[in-house]
Design a protein around this ligand. Structure first.
Ligand code: GLY
Ligand code: MN
Ligand code: MN
Length: 430
């Protein structure tokens, strides 16, 4: 059972959402919004289904991740109606609704049917959800303008959401610490994953995303998706990017550990961590997130020179010549919430110098972002530079040596406050 503070914040959260949604519905001329929780599709040509993770707007209201074929009806001036699908079924267990105070804020009904609940009294209905589940549902489905406005209601987190994100960080860090210990004790990626799951008490299907666990060269694949069952003869590095869901809310944390004998790589990990902490310190209201991304490139440039990986070029030249992008090809981070890459971060296309950046907004209190610089040795990105006109500025022997360590990423979850920021990850680690 969560603590009483979280439970009372949740009732307040529902009230805040009711206000936000009423304004959106009124602005778009609707007097009702039906939200589908979603359902896992069956795999083509098979009788097995994909893993289910609920639809964002449904999670935003309820935090109920495992509730397929449920519905939520939002109407101005009335309690939200939560309709839970509860068939008589001897193959599967029924979902259980914990008896918590937030349910008093809802009208609750249980249905043996997957159909939408009765919609009496709603004359202009909007509907949002996976289109494959809306075939027989009346109303206007997934209208882009409305969906954009609904996504915007998720940008400024309530106190309840921040408390959940903080708890998701706390839980994940127990996993990160177990994973690090397992790596240092010689565990394989597969065993490290088991250690993470055991410590977090969370099966992987329920996590916000599949954990990325790369030992040695695998750490250089940004979203490395396998788990090797054997330990390399010389474990040199571990990159683990893994989170936890708590009441629907995601953490998204990355830590990199150097093997005991990896002096140079270990120094690079420390250097990147110092940079990462400086970048976290930039998080404050009024700051353009794209500036944090651009400062990251200058920081990576300084680090590359200090480590002797490149020489004879200024930090600015290392950025403008695309050398930092070869070492740090992704964006500095994204919004975080009930989805790991939370919505509404990209009102426009990414700038040309940051094509993979998922967040391009000026920071405001209540936003929650990740700060996740990386420095990788990715052959397909580095080889063209090494064999090109700037190759003589690059230290190939050192790059070749560190390539076996794959790469580094360090990622924290940071809340923008009225005056600066709160780093939920470092707070939980302290
Ligand atoms: N875990 C994926 C990411 O950091 O964005
Ligand atoms: Mn992330
Ligand atoms: Mn991550």
């Amino acid at each position: 059972m969560p603590n009483t503070r979280i439970l009372s914040l949740q009732a307040e959260h529902v009230g805040i959402l009711q206000g936000r949604y009423e304004r959106v519905l009124e602005g778009h001329g609707y007097d009702g919004l039906l939200i589908s929780s979603g359902a896992a599709p069956t795999r083509y040509g098979d009788d097995q289904s994909w893993h289910f993770q609920g639809f964002g707007p449904f999670l935003h209201w309820t935090g109920l991740t495992g509730f397929e074929h449920a519905w939520l009806l939002i109407r101005p001036g009335r309690k939200p109606l939560l309709s839970v699908y509860q068939p008589v079924d001897f193959w599967h267990a029924s979902v259980e609704l914990a008896q918590e105070p937030w349910l008093a804020e809802f009208e609750l009904c249980f249905s043996e049917s997957r159909s939408a609940p009765g919609l009496a009294g709603v004359s202009r209905l909007a509907v949002t959800g996976d289109p494959s589940l809306l075939a027989n549902v009346p109303g206007e489905h997934n209208s882009p303008g409305l969906c954009e406005a609904l996504s915007e209601t998720r940008v400024h987190k309530t106190a309840y959401e921040i408390a959940c994100l903080a708890q998701a960080n706390q839980l994940a860090l127990a996993g990160h610490s177990a994973a690090r210990e397992a790596f240092l004790a010689g565990a394989s990626e597969f065993e490290i994953n088991l250690a993470y799951q055991r410590a977090t008490q969370q099966r992987e299907a329920d996590a916000p995303y599949n954990s990325i666990i790369g030992v040695n060269g695998h750490a250089g694949t940004l979203h490395y998706q396998y788990y090797d069952t054997t330990t390399p003869a010389k474990p040199r590095s571990l990159l683990i990017d893994a989170g936890v869901r708590y009441r629907g809310y995601c953490s998204d944390i990355t830590r990199t550990t150097a093997g005991a004998e990896e002096g140079r790589f270990g120094a690079l990990v420390q250097g990147l961590e110092q940079l990462q902490l400086r970048l976290c310190d930039m998080v404050a209201p009024g700051v353009d997130y794209v500036d944090i991304h651009r400062k990251t490139h200058l920081g990576i440039a300084a680090l590359l020179s200090a480590a002797g990986l490149v020489s004879g070029l200024s930090d600015e030249e290392l950025v403008s010549e695309g050398i930092t992008r070869a070492f740090f090809p992704h964006g500095i981070g994204h919004f975080l919430g009930v989805q790991v890459h939370d919505v509404a971060g990209k009102p426009e296309l990414s700038p040309a110098d940051a094509p993979f950046l998922r967040l391009m907004r000026t920071l405001e209190p209540g936003m929650v972002v990740t700060i996740e610089p990386g420095l990788y040795f990715i052959p397909s990105l580095l080889e063209p530079l090494l064999s090109g006109p700037l190759g003589n500025h690059m230290n190939r022997p050192l790059i070749d040596e560190l390539r076996e360590c794959g790469g580094i990423r360090i990622e924290d979850n940071v809340v923008v406050t009225d005056t600066g920021h709160r780093n939920l990850t470092r707070e939980a680690e302290a």
